[in-house]
Design a protein around this ligand. Structure first.
Ligand SMILES: Cc1ncc(COP(=O)(O)O)c(C=O)c1O
Length: 410
């Protein structure tokens, strides 16, 4: 797919894609976990304990995250994807109903609706954040809409207050996909504490990691009960909640009352999660420092733009997206992307709008009208961003972009 990429207006090119030396000898990844000896020690201690799964570490981890974020209930799941499935289930989503979301997200945010026999509808995004455009939400709501999802794209919290007003007015459940934003803030509140439920992901490139892992956060006891049951096969063990117990049933007795899944996280993962939570403030501080250096140094480079950070918001900077702005945007994005990779700068694109995936094209009769999302996708490139990045790493990214811009975008 890259064979047509050798392009330069200069006679002697300085670009690695044209055969010159790359800015770096080794690949700088776009994201990476940060694991230290205390993380390893916590995991080892759990491995040597009596419990590998469903032991004391899970509840401890849940309490730590709930306290940090400032919510009553936290239910750990095996991934962000299963957490979304749990949240939509807890919201009561059924066959024939619809989930309304922005298309600039990982497919999982939509997929969880389809797991439950529901459908998805897409609302366009703001061009400078990639988050749902609140002014366009109401026109997308119809009688089938059950859940409204706000996604904190790249770690920048979406406008949860305005989404909550719309959700209340139309009797919708508001789920915030905060997979990118743990450690971020919105109007003084912590990301993950907003909406009727918020979900997190602990995949290695996220704010902190448990390997695979996720969580649902809520202040609502009914959702909490449903989330707990759903993650463990729909099984109820508490005596007072049993529905079919008779006097011959002893203390072994339990009931599968609903169709749930095995979506449990392990104690090993939860131990890593608690240890990582101790380090979260330091991770976010470094991510924000890197973002601030990028912003200053990229401001003078031609043909690209950074995203906005809204007033009252502190992004967790899971990603640092830039937009290629020089027309033709899609063609230039491809050139810049491949040229950065040739310089050993590990860039990514976030995201292919969900409705462009073949599965969604099959299940949606018409392509949704989301011109901003299409334009955002055409220009987006995510630069390397992770807490262990050094100042030299940042320099390498900037230098690569400077020379690429000078040859391809000036
Ligand atoms: C916005 C968003 N939501 C949900 C998920 C799913 O999380 P997980 O990979 O933990 O299943 C991801 C994962 O990348 C994501 O980026």
């Amino acid at each position: 797919m890259t064979s047509d990429i050798k392009v330069s207006s200069k006679k002697i090119s300085k670009l690695a894609i044209n055969g010159a030396s790359p800015v770096r000898k080794t690949l700088l990844p776009y994201g990476r976990q940060s694991i230290n000896t205390s993380d390893v020690e916590c995991v080892t201690n759990t491995l040597l304990s009596d419990w590998l799964t469903q032991g004391p570490e899970i509840e401890k981890f849940e309490k730590t995250v709930a306290q940090f974020v400032g919510v009553k209930y936290a239910v750990a799941y095996s991934s962000g994807t299963s957490a979304l499935h749990g949240a939509y289930y807890a919201a009561g989503l059924k066959n024939g109903e619809e989930v309304l979301l922005a298309p600039i997200t990982f497919a999982a945010t939509g997929n969880a609706a389809h797991y439950l026999g529901a459908t998805t509808a897409f609302c366009d995004v703001e061009p400078d954040t990639g988050n749902i455009d609140v002014s366009k939400v109401e026109q997308k709501i119809n009688a089938k809409t059950k859940i409204l999802v706000g996604i904190d794209f790249a770690g920048h919290p979406c406008n949860a207050d305005e989404l909550a007003v719309i959700a209340n007015k139309h009797n919708l459940v508001l789920v915030i996909d905060a997979a990118h934003s743990l450690g971020g803030k919105y109007k003084g509140k912590n990301a993950g504490s907003l909406g009727d439920m918020s979900i997190l992901s602990f995949h290695p490139v996220k704010s902190m990691t448990t390997g695979e892992g996720g969580m649902v956060l809520t202040n609502d006891e009914t959702y909490f009960e449903r989330l707990m049951k759903f993650r463990t096969h729909g099984i109820e063990k508490r005596h007072e909640k049993l529905v079919c117990a008779d006097e011959d049933q002893g203390s072994w007795y339990h009931e599968m009352q609903e169709l749930g899944f095995n979506y449990r996280i392990t104690d090993i993962q939860a131990a890593l999660g608690s240890s990582q939570m101790n380090r979260l403030p330091e991770f976010i501080k470094r991510r924000r420092e890197i973002a601030s250096i990028y912003r200053k140094r990229l401001a003078t480079i031609c043909g690209i733009a950074c995203l906005s950070e809204r007033e009252g918001v502190e992004s967790a900077y899971h990603l640092f997206p830039i937009l290629v702005t020089k027309e033709p945007v899609a063609r230039n994005r491809k050139l810049v992307f491949e040229a950065l990779r040739a310089e050993n700068i590990g860039v990514q694109v976030h995201y292919i709008p969900v409705y462009r995936h073949p599965y969604y094209q099959d299940v949606m009769p018409e392509k949704p009208n989301c011109p901003n999302a299409d334009k955002f996708y055409a220009g987006e490139i995510s630069l390397p961003m992770f807490p262990a990045m050094t100042d030299q790493d940042i320099d390498d990214v900037v230098m690569a972009l400077e020379k690429i811009s000078a040859e391809l975008l000036a």
